[in-house]
Design a protein around this ligand. Sequence first.
Ligand code: BGP
Length: 464
Amino acid sequence: RRKPFPNDFLWGGSTSAYQVEGAWNEDGKGPSVIDMAKYPEGTTDFKVASDHYHRYKEDIALFAEMGFKAYRFSIAWTRIYPNGDGEVNRKGIEFYDQLINEIRKHGIEPIVTIYHFDLPYALQEKGGWSNRATIDAYENYCKTLFEHFGDRVKYWLTINEQNMMILHGEAIGTVDPNLKNPKKELYQQNHHMFVAQAKAMALCHQMLPDAKIGPAPNIVTIYPASSKPEDVLAANNYAAIRNWLYLDMAVYGRYNNIAWAYLEEKGYTPTILEGDMEILQNAKPDFIAFNYYTSQTVAASEGNEEDVNQTGDQHITVGEPGVYKGASNPHLKKNEFGWEIDPVGFRTTLREIYDRYHLPLIVTENGLGAIDQLEEGDVINDTYRIEFLRNHIEQMQLAISDGVEVFGFCPWSAIDLVSTHQGISKRYGFIYVNRDEFDLKDLRRIRKQSFYWYKQVISSNGAN
Ligand code: BGP
């Protein structure tokens, strides 16, 4: 028996500032770690992206046409505070004022990610998340956002995919990979982000009693590569290190014991100052937001160094000698970028999270990156994307029928944008942005086949 989606279900879409806005140095915006990072050869930078900064009105109108009930986007810290802290940039506040007003004008609920990978470069130069001063800068930035936008924004997300930033620190550019022990440093940064997140949650509740705030990690179900007990143990380890470390801290304010034992064994334990645990325990989220693209399969590792270079979820290598190593799942098909497609794993993930925490869930990312073909007459026949989303929505409905409380679905991405590692040729949107990797063309917006399909999903509250 299938339960229907709740009447007020938040169907929507997602983006992040650096991937969609462009205008990277306009109106007083400071540089972020993303602006200063090296891009993989053959892919564009984020300077113009989808030019949403200048075209947001047109974009929001298209989201409204699709029937969006919610739109999840991030605020660029460096537009509000070009140096991370210090002077507020009025133009930055003005931009998000207008953006939020535009969203609300169309009756869409704004869901704001406070920080999505784009740490101000000025803070990075002073040590970034390794420096406890970044916690204060983040808290101050949150205070400014709550003050200015709290009257119109009810849903807040603290930090996007903190777990991916820690597991793949080199990729995001917040840690120097040449450090003697980058992992130890990353787990110190992790601890500081936990404290920053807890402060944001407490401050939000204090300043905005009607608002809701939660974490937004990337959570996926972890399969053992076989029923061999050592493989099952490895999957259990990896789930603790990859998933539960983050959510146990956000919800209960404590380090997951399996993850902590791993940190101790590897010599990665962070320094915890007096008062930190109290801050962590005193803050609670109102919901859990999470991103899901693919599942992950792991096997036991005998301790070989090459065990780190194994198949990874989201195509990033996964493995730690002696603890676990990534494995591919023979039961799953891969997308054209090598990511395994696993809608049933989505249902399992929703069940696992809800069973552990009993908090309402919202999916803040899910989608298919693909190379779309623009055909004659402005047609993009992205049936593969429709199939991907249809299968995931179906499994989400089954999870709701299992008793899981899900209140929204914001797939990645509302509109085409620049992928974190793979340029703009890897597209996720319902709306095509007419540009190539290095040729900006006219940047015009074109509705894809999936646009019309999703519109009908929303208007029928989930029939597809
Ligand atoms: C998530 C990030 C997004 C987005 C997405 C797709 O991890 O939160 O910012 O980039 O993954 O990944 P990619 O762009 O690498 O295909």
